[in-house]
Design a protein around this ligand. Sequence first.
Ligand SMILES: C[S@@+](CC[C@H](N)C(=O)[O-])C[C@H]1O[C@@H](n2cnc3c(N)ncnc32)[C@H](O)[C@@H]1O
Length: 313
Amino acid sequence: MEGLAIRPEGTYVDVTFGGGGHSRAILSALGPEGRLFAFDQDEDAAAVAAEFFPLRGNPEIQENEAGSMDYTEGGRFTFINENFRYLKSFLRLHGVRQVDGILADLGVSSHQFDEGERGFSTRFDGPLDLRMDRRGEVTAADLVNSLDENDLARLLKLYGELPNAKQMARAIVKCRQDAGGPIKTTTDLKEAVKHHLPRGKENKYLAMLFQALRIEVNGELEALKALLQQASEVLVPGGRLVVISYHSLEDRLVKNFMKSGNFEGEIEKDFFGNVLSPLRMVSHGAVQASEAELAANNRARSARLRVGERIKN
Ligand SMILES: C[S@@+](CC[C@H](N)C(=O)[O-])C[C@H]1O[C@@H](n2cnc3c(N)ncnc32)[C@H](O)[C@@H]1O
C-alpha cells in the first residue's frame, strides 16, 4: 500500500485479485472519485468478487464485448475475469487509457493452493490440472503425458531449476510406459518421481517440480513480460508499479525491467548519460517479509516486493 502511494481520486489496478485482500485495502484508501479495476483469470476469484463487492444491494453484472463478465460496484470497482496479459486492451474497453498505480501479487492464491481438486498442492491427491484459468486447454497432466524426455527435462530445469531434471524426466516417461497408462493425478506424479527426491528435501523437490509444470501450463513468464511492458505504457508519469513475486525467475524479470526497461537488464543511456527506461526503481533491493509477518503468514517466506515509478518526462 505504501509502494502504491495512493491518491484518493486516482485510478488503480489490482491485476491479481485472488481473495480480494489487496483490493479491499486499495478501495478503503480511495475516495468516492477513485476507481479500482481488478483482474483475475480464475473464475473462483470472480465468484469472490461477485459476493465481496455487492453494490450495497446487488452487483451489476455485465457481459463486455469480449464476452467476459465484469462486476461493477457503484462505478468505483470493476472486476475483469481475464488474464492480465491483456491489461491494456481491457482497460481500453472500459475507456481507461492511463492509471495511477498497478499492483501485481503473482502466483497462486491460498484458495487455489488449498483446493485439492485444482492440483496445485503436493499435499493432496487430486487431478494433475494446475490451470489457474480453467478455460485454458492444456493441463499439467497433458504435459507430463505428451512431452518427450528431452523437452520434459528442459522444462523441469528451466522453470523448476531442478538439479536432477534429466533423471526426473526419465522417471516420468518410464512410468507412463511401464504403467501402460497416463499419469492422471498428483499422487501418480509423486509416485513416478519418488526415487529422485533427495532425503530430507522431498517437499522442496516436489515443489520445484510442480512449479515448473505450473509456469508452463499458465504461460506465467510470458504473461508477466506482457504485463510489465503494458504497465509501463499505461502508467501516468509518477505512477507506481508494485510487484510481489515468489520465485527467482519472476523476480529477475521484474528487477531487470524496472531497472532498464528490458528483460535482460541491459542499461542503455542517451547522449547525456540519462538511463533510457520507462521506469525507475523506487524500492531499495527487494523488500522481504519481516520475522513478525512470517510468524503470522509463513507463505510470505519467498515473497519479494519491488516498486517502480513511471519516469516523469
Ligand atoms: C497470490 S494470489 C493474489 C492474492 C490477492 N492479492 C489477495 O489479496 O487475495 C494470485 C492471483 O493472481 C491470479 N493470477 C495469476 N496470474 C494471472 C494472470 N496472468 N492473469 C490474471 N490473474 C492471474 C491467480 O489466479 C490468483 O488468484
